[in-house]
Design a protein around this ligand. Structure first.
Ligand code: IPD
Ligand code: CA
Ligand code: CA
Ligand code: CA
Length: 264
């Protein structure tokens, strides 16, 4: 099915771009890197974030000059009809500490729809990718979400924005989940969290205040792997929404209910 997909050339280019990013992540991890902060002391940006984004942008736009580009570090430029949405290093805090859970997330959006998604774990060298209508894969093998139907015992992940102290909304959901006895992790790289739902390593994931570059590729991966992605009330997800809930589908309603339920 993947063999004749109209966006196969874009998938191939995104896979190459992910490898370029990996080279940069690995290089700076070995050599050492300069770093600074953005919105606050925990919101780090390193030389690897910036150089990976430049390398990805130059590579993709040389190949597809008509496309626009929307990256975390450089903002949005060019066409919005067809554009690449890129997080050059997802999990920067993990990366800066040598905690091996980070990667790169690349998506192609055409007429407002994500058509291709690639997420590479650049520490483990695992590559997750999906083509709309063509399925989801990990290193060339098809992946599926899990078949677990019970929320209790399901493995879930979430994350927090850098300004969580000022905007602690997700603490409410986190606390509701823990008080219900759910198993929750906070791995620290939203794109990989979504890829893990797609690959059946997690049953579900939710987060508040993510950006389009964090979720564009993972959203498609979860759906192509047979899962479900919505907002907090079960409404269809759209890029830029404040809430994202992504699951294997089977635990979705039960998770939405726990997140919305006031125990007090
Ligand atoms: C962050 C990570 C983290 C999530 C934050 C994101 P960055 O992205 O995905 O898991 O909780 O909300 O901002 O800054 O490392 O690319
Ligand atoms: Ca960042
Ligand atoms: Ca990110
Ligand atoms: Ca990033």
């Amino acid at each position: 099915m993947i063999g004749h997909h109209p966006f196969l050339p874009h998938l191939k280019a995104l896979l190459q771009a992910a490898r370029l990013a990996r080279g940069i992540h690995v290089y700076y991890l070995e050599k050492g890197f300069s770093q600074g902060t953005k919105s606050g002391p925990n919101d780090l940006v390193t030389q690897a974030d910036k150089e990976a984004e430049e390398a990805i942008r130059d590579f993709l736009l040389a190949r597809f000059p008509e496309a626009g580009f929307f990256g975390e570090e450089g903002g949005s430029h060019g066409s919005k009809e067809m554009r690449f949405i890129v997080d050059p290093l997802d999990g920067t805090v993990n990366y800066a500490h040598g905690f091996p859970f980070y990667g790169v997330s690349l998506a192609l959006e055409v007429a407002g729809r994500i058509e291709v998604g690639v997420i590479m774990d650049t520490a483990r060298n695992e590559t997750f990718y999906a083509l709309r209508g063509g399925g989801a894969y990990l290193d060339g093998r098809p992946i599926r979400v899990t078949e677990r139907t019970e929320l209790l015992g399901s493995l879930l992940a979430t994350g927090f924005p850098y300004d969580v102290a000022k905007d602690p909304e997700n603490l409410t959901y986190f606390s509701r989940a823990l008080r219900r006895g759910l198993l929750v992790r906070r791995p620290g790289a939203a794109a990989l969290d979504l890829a893990y739902v797609a690959a059946g390593r997690l049953e579900g994931f939710w987060e508040v205040k993510l950006n389009p570059w964090d979720v564009a590729a993972g959203w498609l991966l979860v759906e192509e792997a047979g899962g479900r992605v919505t907002g907090l009330k079960g409404e269809p997800y759209a890029l830029g929404n404040r809430y994202i809930v992504a699951t294997n589908g089977r635990i979705h309603e039960a998770l939405l209910q726990v997140l919305q339920e006031d125990l007090e």
